[in-house]
Design a protein around this ligand. Sequence first.
Ligand code: IMP
Length: 443
Amino acid sequence: MANVIVVGAQFGDEGKAKVTDLLAKNADLVVRYQGGCNAGHTVVVNGETYKFHLIPSGILYPKSICILGPGMVIDPKALVNEIKSLEDRGHNLNGLKISGSAHVTLPYHLMIDAAEEDSRGDMKIGTTKRGIGPTYADKCARTGIRMEDILDKNVFNNKLAWIVPRKNVILERLYELTPLSVEAILEEYYELGQKLKKYVCDTSSVIFNSVNDRKNILFEGAQGTLLDLDHGSYPYVTSSSPSAGGACVGAGIGPTIIDRVIGVAKAYMTRVGEGTFPTEQFGEVGENLRQTGKAWAEVGVTTGRPRRCGWFDCVLGRYSVRINGLDCLAITKLDVLDEFDTIKVCVAYKDKTTNKIYEDLPSIGSQFQQMEPVYESFSGWNKSTANVTSFKDLPENARKYLNFLSQKLEIPIVIVSVGPKRDQTIVIEDPIHGPKRVLTKAL
Ligand code: IMP
């Protein structure tokens, strides 16, 4: 048995669903621990494309139990639609379990997210407008409404009766929007709650019992390390903790049960929304990366926005190894680089004001904004990798490129993905049972 966390090692959209889908095959439980329907995970199985926003992609394996943990924020409307669309495609949702402690995204969260974003002007974050920030803000302010609350009409009514007039002050006076009615929200969301009731339980005890039964548990992170509320490029972050530490709090388990942390990174880099992105490419290179995404299509799964594209950034990679305590790395979308004559990698940063060079990020705060990438160039391989099934059969330059990333990040690359389909995956080492990463620097 092994309990494994899979995290995004970049700005989100690393192709985590492809990796969790692969690992979920042998998992008894797949647990999401943070975020909400801002996430968009795409999996291609037998030629069919599935897009997940709330439900872990492990649901495609009929035997696995899929948990939406207490650290998540859940839009019940989106969840009911996602359940229905999976059922319509013949999938069985018997293994779905939702924490009663997960917070609920309600109409005022969606309205405030959109209105706040629109009012920010140059300071906008580029949120997905799925109400994520305002739902987590209510959770922290202890004014949130949880899944268990919407199942009891009296409790739900009492909570709404207090909060909605307060939200209406913001909606009407600050944003000149139409106020909301307690009754309308109560009716609609109580009904949605009733549809979800059979899935709601104490998910922490389900996980704990599974640990005791020596089951395999996969903790599936959404978004990425650089979008982490505490460790990301604040304020251009999401409002939850996608990094590995977040898995314990967000799932309701202790850190002692975690065996392994696997990071997922693209062979290049993308970002959706605003915020510093040192290796971003604006001209032909950026457009080629975006367009060569072909089957992958570099647009956000949730919002359809084009992703900003750039070269792999080892400084951020090393930061991600540190923040998450990564044991190993899965590299996705290597095939997107197949036709590039030259591939660049950021190996260090130069501070634009002091000219000082950093191999490790000095700070993710304001200093991050004044960093300029220092690149090393690699010759491309100009050959399709889409049907390669083993590391040794990759073109020599592709192997050199991957070995370089592994050396720079001081971490083994155990999986390489060369296309969106399940079988377009090269497993170099057992990602779950390999050795724990040892510190490579001597004392
Ligand atoms: P929010 O999570 O909707 O509040 O958005 C905050 C920031 O995180 C924005 O820059 C979004 O584009 C980004 N973001 C949120 N979810 C994802 C995701 O699943 N992939 C990539 N970026 C995301």
